[in-house]
Design a binder for this molecule. Structure first.
Ligand code: ADP
Length: 280
């Protein structure tokens, strides 16, 4: 499923003294089945952009087309609902959204709310809990009795059980310790690999962008200023410095070696790749 932006602009507080243009004439496409990074400084418009993908915000001008569904400022509520079903969003601390009395009921809530039968909702809930390695013995427990890591998996299963075609991760690791950070990112990457779903990751962590994403889109002051293959953009030292973006650790190492006359073939995605390329 693709998401296409055509001349999309968003103004906050339109026609008031506080009017502010958060998105400026965006033209871009997110293709099916890819893992995207969406990067840029705080206030550059990333959250605004993703909120237009599921109708949480409507464009003030232009369109956002979600799998053929056109979202414009005049679109009907019924159409917004259709778009919402296609796009799943994971915000920081998704486990804070758990509320049902059991794990199973919590994960079934989304599909049932979308009109699925109880039987289908149960099947989907069980399938996705299994995909995330949540043990069957936990299904009838209260989600609040689980460890933090398990709670997070249940919350993510709840979003996946609605079978969105696109998964948006809005700084999903902010505030986590390094171990939970790595576990959470690996979890999303495993889900991506197993389901083939399109993923869009918003993050300030350029090491994660390099390691997990295929393509990257860069925002600045409400505009999309660059898009393309992740490793190419993140190794463009002039661009990264111009926009004051952090260059990932392994790319810095490669650049340091280059200065010493040692050229590596390809761009390593993480330290393990780097060591391998270096040794070769
Ligand atoms: P990012 O996600 O990149 O940090 P946002 O999309 O949240 O950027 O914000 C883009 C700009 O729009 C910022 O200047 C922000 O202050 C402004 N903004 C965001 N939400 C609102 C809102 N509800 N009302 C007014 N201005 C907003």
């Amino acid at each position: 499923m693709t998401i296409q932006f055509k001349n999309t602009s968003v103004f906050y507080h339109r026609k008031t003294p506080f009017e502010y243009q958060a998105l400026k004439d965006i033209n871009t496409t997110f293709d099916a089945g890819k893992f995207y990074g969406l990067i840029g400084h705080t206030g550059s418009g990333k959250s605004t952009l993703i909120q237009t993908m599921n109708g949480l915000l409507l464009p003030s001008a232009g369109t956002v087309e979600v799998d053929g569904i056109q979202l414009t400022k005049k679109v009907k509520q019924k159409v917004i609902h259709l778009a919402k079903m296609k796009v799943g969003m994971v915000f920081q601390f998704p486990e804070h959204q758990l509320f049902e009395s059991t794990v199973l009921k919590d994960v079934m809530f989304g599909p049932m709310n979308m009109g699925r039968s109880e039987e289908t909702a149960r099947k989907k809930a069980c399938d996705y809990l299994q995909l995330l390695n949540v043990h069957e013995s936990l299904l009838d427990k209260s989600p609040f009795e689980l460890s933090g890591g398990q709670m997070r998996k249940v919350a993510i299963a709840g979003i996946l059980a609605m079978e969105p075609n696109i998964l948006i991760l809005d700084e999903p690791t902010a505030g986590l310790d390094p171990v939970s950070h790595d576990e959470t990112m690996q979890l999303f990457y495993d889900v991506y690999k197993k389901t083939g779903i399109t993923v869009i990751l918003i993050t300030h962590d350029m090491n994660d962008v390099l390691k997990f994403t295929d393509e990257v889109k860069v925002m600045s002051q409400g505009s999309l200023i660059k898009e393309g293959i992740t490793s190419e953009i993140l190794s463009d030292g002039n661009f990264m410095e111009q926009y004051n973006l952090e260059i990932p650790h392994v790319i810095r190492l490669v650049q340091d070696l280059k200065k010493k006359g040692i050229n590596l073939k390809g761009t390593p995605k993480d330290t393990a790749d780097f060591i391998q390329l270096y040794e070769e």
